[in-house]
Design a protein around this ligand. Structure first.
Ligand SMILES: [Zn+2]
Ligand SMILES: [Zn+2]
Length: 238
């Protein structure tokens, strides 16, 4: 066993030991392991009046914002309640790059009612996949960690191998919206356990939406009628 794997196991154990019984941010006593107290939860800022379609702030009182009316996204609904800033950003970075997989539960359950109240429920959760080589490198897929939390809380199955990355893509960070779309073009394959009509694609953060656009096109071509995108946080494009 390599030192790297031992180190990874060790940091996971430490993370689990540190998680129970206290607020992760301020350390006050709590009943729930790995969560935030009411006061620290307010540091996770929600998107004000989110558009039903793109999850960005909607200047109107309508369900769908003017930008989505003009140019509808390829998916049908998006729930990504938190703004990608402050504590939410710190935690999402730790979840993605620092083995802090327990944060999937902290963040996933923090606004669980937003997903719970979205009816009708999707038949299945489909985590946005990493390429096998990146999964091997990181040891886990943060989108799958989040999907597991929602699957358990909402009793919706996960089809973890339905989506896969057929080629290695460069990291999306630092690329423009157009470069992101090119980078991700035809990067995925879809081989579900059975045919689905209503799915929720699961990711940690939605930035330009190029990844979920590409996957939504693929899903629609395969006969999926209704694609929801569920993420923890939304980066504003406007
Ligand atoms: Zn606290
Ligand atoms: Zn919109």
């Amino acid at each position: 066993m390599s030192g790297r794997y031992l180190y990874r196991g060790f940091t996971r154990c430490i993370n689990r030991l540190l998680a129970p019984g206290i607020c992760l941010a301020c350390g006050c006593a709590l009943n729930d392991a790995g969560s935030l107290c009411a006061s620290c939860s307010t540091q996770l800022q929600t998107v004000p009046n989110p558009c039903h379609h793109c999850a960005e702030p909607n200047p109107l009182e309508s369900l769908v914002c003017p930008a989505c009316l003009l140019n509808p996204p390829r998916w049908q609904k998006m729930i990504a309640p938190l703004q990608y800033r402050g504590l939410a950003r710190d935690y999402l970075i730790q979840l993605k790059f620092a083995e802090a997989t327990y944060l999937a539960k902290t963040l996933g359950l923090n606004r669980i009612d937003r997903y719970r109240q979205s009816l009708p429920r999707p038949e299945v959760l489909l985590p946005v996949p990493l390429h096998r080589s990146r999964l091997f490198e990181r040891g886990y897929n943060q989108a799958y960690e989040i999907a597991s939390v929602w699957s358990q809380a909402l009793q919706i199955p996960i089809d973890r191998r339905a989506l896969s990355r057929s080629r290695v893509t460069a990291s999306q960070s630092g690329l423009s919206a157009r470069q992101r779309a090119q980078n991700i073009h035809q990067a995925f394959t879809y081989t579900p356990q059975r045919s689905y009509r209503h799915v929720a694609l699961i990711d940690d953060i939605v930035t330009t939406g190029s990844t979920v656009t590409e996957i939504s096109k693929l899903l629609h071509r395969a006969g999926v009628e209704y694609v929801e995108v569920w993420a923890i946080a939304r980066v504003y494009r406007r």
